[in-house]
Write a protein that binds this ligand. Structure first.
Ligand code: PTJ
Length: 260
């Protein structure tokens, strides 16, 4: 669908089109549409812009990736459709390899998602060559499959828009997990080491900017950033932010929002 330029919600509709287009191309799972709708609802609650707490979460996430010995970026259908170019850019900047890892795994879909990343400029995409497949016993069925060069041996896994089950399994395996999830109450948010409560279409470009700034820091300086970060506290801040915002809105005329 052509989104009219002057539509008041043109940006949101364009992003939706990426997901719909991704579903028609078999990149996005059907359930990915539902996940996107849930994300949109939470984005309304934070005002569809990056709050201060998310900036801190993003900074800590970049510091953790830069400090990691073997980080990996786990990409699913929604993420590949929403921001393929930015993912390739951050992968190169932070030296974090891309691995296709799907909740609704089917071999041919994994290949299509990988092709989407290659089309966006990725030189290598893990997770699709059966020669390197390994199983994570904590997970069931096809979701067990990971790449032995990637998630299997990684110390830090960046896994945005994820299902809670897998996040828990990765944590139980001793890995640090970074996620992006607009829902601060999801199991993924609660189980992750660092939870970025922001829309991925904003957070990846912002993390690229942060990456440029933090790249020159020493391991000690990165650790300092991480030592002053507390994910539980940060998640509570996100809830406080949402509830304060709703309280304020409930006291003023909603006509003020018509300007948006
Ligand atoms: O491509 P697959 O097969 O790996 O499947 C991907 C989905 C997303 C369908 C799968 O991982 C899934 O079912 O995830 P959930 O359990 O629905 O969780 C997705 C979370 O991402 C939800 O908490 C949403 O609020 C959140 N979310 C959705 N869109 C965005 C988002 N968070 C940040 N930015 C978004 N754009």
């Amino acid at each position: 669908m052509d989104v009219p330029e002057n539509h008041p919600r043109a940006q949101s509709l364009r992003i939706r089109e990426r997901i719909i287009d991704g579903m028609h191309k078999n990149i996005v799972a059907e359930a990915g549409l539902i996940a996107h709708g849930r994300g949109e609802a939470f984005d309304y609650l934070i005002g569809e812009e990056t709050p201060n707490f998310a900036e801190e979460q993003q900074q800590a996430a970049v510091a953790l990736i830069l400090r990691a010995q073997k980080p990996v970026f786990s990409v699913n259908g929604n993420v590949a459709s929403l921001c393929p170019n930015e993912i390739v850019e951050i992968s190169e900047l932070l030296n974090i390899p891309l691995e296709v890892n799907l909740f609704y795994r089917r071999e041919e879909r994994a290949k299509i998602v990988a092709d989407k990343l290659v089309e966006a400029g990725a030189e290598e995409v893990l997770g699709v060559d059966p020669e390197y497949h390994k199983q994570i016993s904590e997970l069931t069925h096809s979701r067990r499959v990971v790449d032995k060069r990637g998630i299997y041996s990684a110390d830090v896994v960046f896994v945005p828009l994820e299902d809670g089950d897998r996040t828990m399994a990765l944590r139980k395996l001793g890995k640090q997990v970074i996620t992006v999830d607009l829902n601060p109450l999801s199991r993924t948010s609660i189980w992750s080491s660092i939870t970025i409560v922001n829309n991925i279409v904003r957070s990846i470009p912002e993390m690229i900017e942060i990456g440029h700034k933090l790249k020159g820091l020493s391991l000690d300086q990165l650790s300092e950033i991480l030592n002053s970060y507390d994910n539980d506290k940060s998640l509570r801040e996100s809830l406080e932010y949402i509830s304060n915002r709703l309280k304020t809105l409930s006291k003023t005329s909603l006509k003020n929002l018509q300007k948006k």
